[in-house]
Design a protein around this ligand. Structure first.
Ligand code: NAD
Length: 249
């Protein structure tokens, strides 16, 4: 099946940009979501192979903006077959080194962006998918969901919640031909992880027997497959993309 309508959140850079490229290379039409105004998303759209790609904007922490974004993507793409909930935030905040006010801000922002935003996008997207008789949702979670790093309480909880959201939606929506799956990468070479990789690169790379971190394209390839018609039986799974790093620790 080609020529599907695909919405990728956070697609102006990093893993999301690689996902947009993978779907476009497969013949799909992509809504490139971004948060900020500026030319980056337009540049990403213009560099995609094929025609019919669009740019949509929303702050994922704002439910009204999420709803408007999904509806706009569906209207401009002529429907919606695939939602990739990729966008996310990561801000380290250790419980003993954070003021109570900052703690509130970080939890609210992280959960609103990484968990409630994807849940809201899914709510909106499945209504369009049902008009098509089915669809795919792929969530981008994190290894952090399983490991509970000391400085990532909000991030870890938001991603663990995203894993659970994916499983629940998979069970709720399978009867409507909508499959929902999740990928949980470890370190990926993007802006989000660059500070940590710069500061501690040798130790981070050594976590994997391949002695490197993932490339965004490797995560995108898994997302692309999980969104394919062939991957219906993968619905409800959380795919651990970690270059065998667990086997080293
Ligand atoms: P990135 O920082 O390059 O991309 C994140 C994207 O999310 C950006 O485009 C950003 O604008 C968007 N975004 C953030 N907050 C938003 C908001 N409120 N509204 C709309 N958009 C918002 O990082 P990335 O590595 O490409 O991250 C993509 C996903 O992969 C994230 O969900 C992240 O948690 C996950 N992830 C990344 C790594 C890693 O090591 N890079 C590891 C595991 C999981």
């Amino acid at each position: 099946m080609t020529g599907r309508a695909v919405l990728v959140t956070g697609a102006s850079r990093g893993i999301g940009r690689a996902c947009a490229a993978a779907f476009a290379a497969g013949g799909d039409r992509v809504a490139v979501h971004h948060r900020d105004s500026g030319p980056l998303a337009e540049q990403v759209r213009d560099a995609l192979p094929g025609d019919g790609h669009v740019v949509v904007r929303a702050d994922l922490a704002d439910p009204d903006q999420v709803r408007a974004m999904v509806d706009e993507a569906a209207e401009r793409l002529g429907g919606l077959d695939v939602l990739v909930n990729n966008a996310g935030v990561f801000t380290p905040h250790h419980i003993l080194e954070t003021s109570y006010e900052q703690w509130q801000r970080e939890w609210r922002r992280t959960l609103d962006t990484n968990l409630v935003g994807p849940a809201n996008a899914a709510w909106c997207a499945v209504r369009h998918m049902r008009e098509r008789g089915g669809g795919r949702i792929v969530n981008v979670s994190s290894r952090g969901a399983f490991r509970g790093e000391p400085s990532q309480p909000g991030y870890a909880a938001s991603k663990a919640g995203l894993n659970a959201l994916g499983q629940s939606l998979a069970r709720a929506l399978g009867q409507y031909g909508i499959a929902v799956a999740t990928v949980a990468p470890g370190y990926v070479a993007t802006d989000m992880a660059s500070d940590r990789i710069d500061a501690d690169g040798e130790a981070i790379r050594a976590q994997s027997p391949f002695n490197r971190v993932a490339r965004p394209e490797e995560i995108a390839a898994a997302v692309h497959w999980l969104a394919s018609p062939e991957a219906e039986w993968a619905s409800g799974t959380v795919v651990d993309l970690n270059g065998a790093s667990y086997l080293r620790t």
